[in-house]
Design a protein around this ligand. Structure first.
Ligand code: GUN
Length: 293
């Protein structure tokens, strides 16, 4: 291993500590305890785990969290009515609607219903629109992309002027991380399923962010020596030697790419822990906005 390991777990722990301290300070000053509402519709097992982990992390730093677990058959009207109620609730600073929603629900309409100042996931179309525009700033930046940027900055990567390649164009990670890299003055290429010559484009990257959900897709020969690699993929691969029968790998062939990259984030322990840390930070920010409202 030649590359520096980008330790997301340690960075996330530090940020969680900072959020906790800021919340303690708020309470000493007689300010309100930040509150987060999580909204989960249906029974998606992965979503249940994510939401449970978010609530646990809230408790650890002193954020009051309220979980709404709605049945699969919840109607659009019912879900939007809950969002409106939470918008009006002064004890709730952040509203997180876990995605994906069941197919019959209109995700864009639900996200648009969230008060901009409570949009701690940063998925409101106005927040995403501001992210895409020069000279405009979103109230909140989506958590996983924000976590990628923190890791890049901490790794010492020079972002301004770099060639950055983003694998994947999802609303949750690929597109917002590409927009953040543009805001940070990188020259950005987005690679997706219709892209031709993927290895060649990847090889041009000084900074590579992968978010495609394809186990160990990126090979050593595709990576420019000295590149900074942020791996957002979390993929299960069968492993009879593992206790659970599988292990987690990223979108990057970690061992071989580590031999050429300047720095690389591992899976697990890289971007994963950063998502929750950024959510906690955004929720604290939402409470601070409410102080000054
Ligand atoms: N689904 C996968 N990642 C996320 C996230 O960061 N926020 C929400 N709300 N849903 C997700």
């Amino acid at each position: 291993m030649k590359a520096k390991l980008i330790d997301g777990k340690a960075t996330a722990e530090r940020i969680r500590g900072e959020v906790k301290q800021a919340i303690n300070q708020r309470l000493l000053e007689g300010k309100s305890q930040p509150g987060l509402a999580t909204v989960l519709v249906g029974e998606n097992p992965a979503s249940k785990v994510y939401v449970r982990n978010k609530q646990k992390a809230c408790a650890e730093v002193g954020i009051h969290s309220v979980g709404y677990n709605l049945p699969e058959e919840t109607s659009q009207e019912e879900l939007e009515a809950l969002v409106r109620t939470l918008n009006a609730d002064p004890a709730i600073n952040g509203i997180l609607v876990q995605l994906p929603l069941p197919k019959h629900l209109d995700e864009e309409k639900v996200l648009t219903a969230i008060d901009l100042t409570k949009d701690v996931d940063g998925f409101h179309p106005v927040n995403i629109g501001r992210l895409a525009q020069k000279g405009r700033e979103p109230v909140f930046v989506p958590c996983t992309p924000a976590g990628c940027m923190v890791l890049l900055e901490e790794s010492g990567a020079q972002i301004s002027g770099a060639n950055a390649v983003v694998l994947g164009r999802s609303n949750i990670v690929g597109m917002p991380v590409a927009l953040l890299l543009v805001k940070a003055d990188a020259t950005v290429t987005i690679v997706h399923s219709r892209t031709k010559n993927i290895p060649e484009i990847v090889r041009s990257a000084d900074i590579l962010v992968t978010a495609i959900g394809q186990p160990e897709f990126v090979k050593k020969e595709w990576v420019k020596p000295g590149a900074y690699v942020i791996d957002v993929g979390i993929n299960q691969v069968d492993d009879p030697n593992a206790k659970r029968g599988y292990r987690l790998v990223g979108d990057v062939a970690f061992d071989e790419v580590s031999e050429v990259a300047a720095a690389i984030s591992p899976v697990p322990g890289g971007v994963g822990p950063m998502t929750i840390a950024m959510l906690l930070r955004n929720t604290l920010h939402a409470a601070q906005l409410a102080d000054n409202a």
